[in-house]
Design a protein around this ligand. Structure first.
Ligand code: ZN
Length: 132
């Protein structure tokens, strides 16, 4: 599985964009408000992978809860899969706990599902597949 992107939780996506543009020496190529996940996202290309910055747009958002508990920082690693439903079934059979029963619409025209961080030594894993 290829690392599609790395997700970083930030308090303010606009100020984080400025920092990451300097760090990566590339412009943010897309921002997107993912309403169903209550997050504002910003994307950078880094070789074959991407960096995704995430800011909560509601206190109910998983990003708001994460920042309250652990502060800003690395939030998830996303792996690209060809068939997300098949991969979810495979991982469930291997004993991983999925945080979604079915794939949900994520940012950047992707179908996504998350695996509980406790099952991956503390790292939240996202599976993603390009949406049709
Ligand atoms: Zn992501």
């Amino acid at each position: 599985m290829k690392v599609e992107h790395i997700g970083i939780a930030v308090k303010n996506v606009d100020s984080a964009i400025k920092i990451y543009e300097k760090l990566l020496n590339t412009k943010c190529y897309k921002t997107e408000n993912v309403e169903n996940e209550h997050v504002l996202t910003a994307f950078f290309r880094t070789g074959d992978s991407k960096v995704e910055l995430l800011e909560a747009t509601s206190s109910d958002s998983a990003i708001a809860k994460f920042i309250n508990k652990r502060g800003e920082g690395l939030h998830h690693i996303a792996f690209e899969v060809d068939n997300i439903e098949q991969e979810m079934k495979r991982l469930e059979n291997e004993g991983f706990r999925l945080l979604n029963n079915r794939p949900v619409k994520g940012a950047d025209n992707k179908l996504v599902a998350f695996i509980h961080p406790k099952d991956n030594h503390g790292v939240l894993i996202e599976l993603c597949q390009a949406a049709e």
